[in-house]
Design a protein around this ligand. Structure first.
Ligand code: GLC
Length: 535
């Protein structure tokens, strides 16, 4: 049975583990992870102590963008299994006390989706074309797209297509690859269809939906130019005419009412990528989404003032609307923390310290598969790269495959327990020596990153039951970030490169690196974090 605390739904303070299905566990030996593979490995998540698991898309898809190009929102791609496999996964997860969150992709479909096929076969201005963002070609400038919008994967966000009746060509919008046409959320058929999809999955028994690109969907009605910085200067996302449009809030209010009327603690979780804390917090007002990913930590430098400022501003903005953040350090779209923080030993020390920081903050937290193993970003050879970013950027951006390499379960050679013996090679090659980072190896080592995550997640549950959602900063040296949760435990992180004294500590509860025994004060090593009982 899944856990539930009266008055405190799981999504307010739970830990959710992100499974990138393709790279988690392969049960049938085709080199691609699948749903039965996930089910077989659920005990790993139960032993980690997380509350929920989020599955990235497993729906029928040509896999142009790793499954974020969906052909049928109510089925499972044979590559990943069947609907019966999904039902079995949900049942087993629930038996182990884990909730299951699935991905919902409402900004676009695959170009092979029946709706888009129908749109291409229909004339301009038809009902079939209205479900997507089509725009007439300017007769005087037939090669000029309707505006300056760019695809997140490179090039113009518009593609020109012929009309089936021999009439004039039209452009269609694709904020991602051309194989991911954007839906037109102003056409009533689109919200009606998605309300049905949301209900369909929740009725099937899943506990929540993670809404892909939840800040996109509606576009500025006049399709005004976006100017510089599109998809690169994330801090300006809220100014982009294809993001953060007012009707989103009406939509999420409708979905919230629908979801809250269902039994159980169901959650709508938005991938909202806005870096203006107040704009972001609007999405988690009491009658909107239950959670919105808080990417502030992921984007923040390893610097005490920057972290203090980011955490403080974010908490304050969420507090004003009565919500808490959902912190994220890693995902299938980002460079893994260890590598982001400098790689090697230092990167690992920082990644471990950052984990204790994130897990000590008020709110929910997301852990991306392999983060608990301290995996680095993998430098893949050119010929292995599969992310559309690689080709569409003219082979200048290597893309996100380096954080999507199949994870190591066992020490042995071969696929390190990812696939059964004799299987096809994994869809992305695993580096040599990957087994040294495996679950098997780390389970046997009490100092491992896996052991640290296990201890932290368990302790966090015990501590935060008694700790308030407020956070009070401690005045420490400039390189040390320290705070206390209400009257409860404290957390201190030394982001500097020298050991720093920390006073007012009664007892250390958990440390990301060996610390000398504390007696009122202790010397915190560089790039290390501790949780402690204040004196
Ligand atoms: C989200 C997904 C990412 C995908 C994009 C388009 O950001 O996390 O992987 O490429 O949306 O669906």
């Amino acid at each position: 049975m899944t856990r539930s605390t009266p008055g405190r739904p799981w999504w307010r303070g739970g830990v959710c583990y992100q499974v990138y299905v393709r790279s988690f566990a392969d049960s049938n030996g085709d080199g691609t992870g699948d749903l039965p593979g996930v089910t077989a490995r659920l005990p790993h998540l139960a032993s980690l102590g997380v509350d929920a698991v989020w599955l990235t898309p497993f729906y029928p898809s040509p896999m142009v963008d790793g499954g974020y190009d969906i052909v049928d929102h109510r089925d499972v791609d044979p590559l990943f299994g069947s609907l019966a496999d999904l039902d079995a996964l949900v049942a087993e997860a629930h038996r182990l006390g884990l909730r299951v969150v699935c991905d919902l992709v409402p900004n676009h479909t695959s170009d092979r989706h029946p709706w888009f096929r129908a749109a291409l076969a229909a004339p301009p201005s038809s009902a079939a074309r209205r479900r997507y963002v089509f725009h007439p070609v300017d007769k005087d400038h037939p090669d000029r797209p309707p505006n300056d919008w760019r695809s997140a994967f490179g090039g113009s966000a518009w593609r020109r297509v012929p009309s089936p009746d021999g009439g004039p060509d039209e452009w269609y919008l694709h904020l991602f690859s051309p194989e991911q046409p954007d839906l037109n959320w102003d056409d009533p058929q689109v919200p009606a269809e998605y309300a049905d999809i949301v209900r369909w999955w929740l009725d099937r028994g899943v506990d929540g939906l993670r809404i892909d690109m939840a800040h996109a969907l509606f576009k500025h009605p006049d399709l005004v130019d976006a100017g510089a910085g599109q998809h690169t200067e994330f801090r300006r996302n809220h100014l982009m005419p294809f993001f953060d449009q007012a009707p989103l809030h009406t939509l999420y209010r409708q979905w919230r009412a629908m979801v809250d009327a269902m039994p159980g603690e169901r959650a709508l979780i938005g991938e909202v990528c806005l870096f203006d804390a107040d704009r972001q917090a609007r999405y988690v007002r009491p009658d909107e989404l239950h959670q919105a990913f808080t990417f502030e930590l992921l984007e923040c430098d390893w610097s005490a003032p920057a972290l203090r400022d980011t955490i403080g501003r974010t908490l304050e903005a969420y507090r004003r609307v009565g919500a808490l953040p959902a912190w994220v350090l890693n995902s299938h779209d980002a460079v893994r923390t260890l590598t982001r923080y400098g790689g090697g030993e230092r990167g690992l020390r920082r990644a471990r310290a950052a984990a204790l920081l994130m897990l000590a903050l008020p709110g929910a937290a997301y852990v991306y598969q392999g983060e608990e193993l301290g995996l680095p970003q993998v430098d893949l050879p050119d010929e292995a790269l599969r992310d559309p970013l690689w080709e569409r950027s003219g082979r200048t951006l290597r893309g996100r495959d380096g954080s999507r390499v199949p994870i190591p379960w066992t020490v042995d050679d071969g696929t390190y327990g990812f696939s059964p013996d004799g299987a096809d090679p994994p869809w992305l090659p695993q580096p040599d020596g990957w087994g040294a980072l495996s679950v098997q190896r780390q389970t046997a080592d009490p100092e491992s990153t896996l052991a640290l995550y296990r201890s932290a997640i368990r302790l966090r549950r015990a501590l935060s039951d008694g700790a308030a959602d407020e956070l009070t900063w401690w005045d420490t040296g400039s390189d040390v970030l320290a705070f206390r949760r209400g009257d409860g435990f404290g957390c201190a992180v030394n982001v500097g490169d020298r050991a720093a004294p920390l006073t007012g500590v009664d007892r250390v509860l958990l440390a990301s690196a060996p610390v000398p025994p504390a007696c009122r004060s202790l010397l915190l090593p560089p790039d290390a974090a501790v949780w402690f009982v204040p004196a």
